[in-house]
Design a protein around this ligand. Structure first.
Ligand code: ADP
Ligand code: MG
Length: 165
């Protein structure tokens, strides 16, 4: 077991259903800590960055359209075996196949509008998180033009981030 960080996105369908809190509660109840997060509207480039591996697949264009159709809540979760734990809590990509009690079984409408995204491996998590603020001291998600409130930021930086965000 190791402490990991993983990237999670609450997709536009779940944001529009007003269930951000219900989804975050699943993470909190299962030992995952929200260490960064922001509500934002992804650009095509932002969304493409999270789904590079699917470029060229038949569903890719619709996926990007969907991910940019409204606000998402993008967050970094931290905890023991966070990557696999998040995937387990999410459930199968297709909500009709997802185990009872998983986020997708309980909240998703379809394979396209399936409530959440989660990094699928350590490599993806590192790529998706892109910058670790604790190591680089930089604001994460600059590519998403988002400002994240990070626990580890000094008070003054936190205040500036809140004012700018
Ligand atoms: P996951 O989100 O479980 O990691 P994938 O990485 O395989 O799943 O796919 C990324 C996203 O693309 C899925 O969450 C889903 O929204 C969409 N998707 C995947 N497969 C299909 C499909 N066959 N038809 C429509 N959309 C799909
Ligand atoms: Mg995936």
């Amino acid at each position: 077991m190791s402490i990991e960080k993983t990237l999670s996105i609450i997709k536009p369908d779940a944001v529009s259903k007003n269930i951000i809190g219900k989804i975050i509660t699943r993470f909190e109840d299962n030992g995952l800590y929200l260490v960064a997060g922001k509500l934002l509207h992804l650009s095509d480039d932002d969304a493409g960055g999270f789904y590079q591996e699917h470029k060229g697949k038949p569903f890719y264009e619709d996926l990007i359209k969907f991910m940019t159709s409204g606000p998402v809540f993008i967050q970094v979760l931290k905890g023991e075996d966070a990557i696999i734990k998040n995937r387990e809590l999410m459930g199968d990509t297709d909500p009709t196949k997802a185990k009872k009690g998983t986020i997708r079984a309980d909240f998703a409408n379809s394979i396209d509008a399936n409530a959440v995204h989660g990094s699928d491996s350590q490599t993806s998590a590192i790529r998706e998180i892109r910058r670790d603020p604790e190591k680089s001291g930089k604001t994460p998600y600059q590519s998403c033009r988002a400002l994240f409130v990070i626990q580890s930021l000094p008070r003054k930086k936190l205040l500036n981030a809140a004012l700018r965000g």
